[in-house]
Design a protein around this ligand. Structure first.
Ligand code: ATP
Ligand code: MG
Length: 167
């Protein structure tokens, strides 16, 4: 698997994690899948919440609370023409359960944000953007990488936005 050269972004505080979600939000389109990797407490839900609420603001629909989907496994949000699915697969025991949740169909039509994507096994879409959150001192870092051509301009734009101080 050939991955793009990874983009590594320092996220010194929770606000920086939110800014990453806010900056990425307008760059997404239907069929985009973001695989949110990293340990417990690394900021996956915090990132997803900022991204979802930013798209709801842009679509002119009321902002919703975005709780961690760790018990429901999946939460769906209406945000303009493209629904957003937010999944936390930590409690998934078998990859085919993701199919039963409707998540694998949503990969094609919605914008999907998936925490604990390792549980998908081979059902993880090859075209997804990988965001690996890690602890870095008192803050975090995010390493973004992907295969194929879809994500190269997005990573360029994000890198430039953060170099300008969006991070
Ligand atoms: N860059 C950061 N620096 C410091 N704290 C952060 C940063 N990003 C997020 N946090 C904080 O980390 C805490 C845990 O975040 P969050 O719930 O998003 O983790 P998670 O990766 O979703 O964990 P889980 O695997 O349990 O779902 C939150 O209190 C959040 O504000
Ligand atoms: Mg979480």
């Amino acid at each position: 698997m050939t991955l793009l050269p990874a983009l590594v972004l320092p996220l010194p505080d929770a606000e920086a994690t939110a800014r990453l979600g806010q900056t990425l939000a307008p760059m997404l389109q239907p069929g985009d899948v973001l695989l949110l990797e990293g340990p417990i407490g690394a900021g996956k839900t915090h990132f997803a919440r900022a991204l979802i609420q930013t798209r709801q603001d842009a679509a002119g629909v009321p902002r919703e609370d975005v709780p961690s989907p760790s018990f429901t496994l999946v939460q769906t949000y209406v945000a303009g023409e493209t629904d957003i699915w937010h999944a936390d697969l930590f409690r998934l025991s078998l990859p085919h359960e993701a199919d039963e949740l409707g998540l694998t169909d949503a990969f094609d039509t919605a914008i999907c944000l998936v925490e604990w994507p390792e549980r998908l096994g081979p059902d993880a879409p090859a075209s997804a953007l990988h965001l690996r959150f890690a602890y870095a001192g008192e803050g975090r870092s995010a390493t973004l990488a992907a295969q194929g051509t879809r994500w190269a301009p997005v990573l360029d734009a994000l890198g430039q936005a953060f170099a300008r101080g969006a991070g």
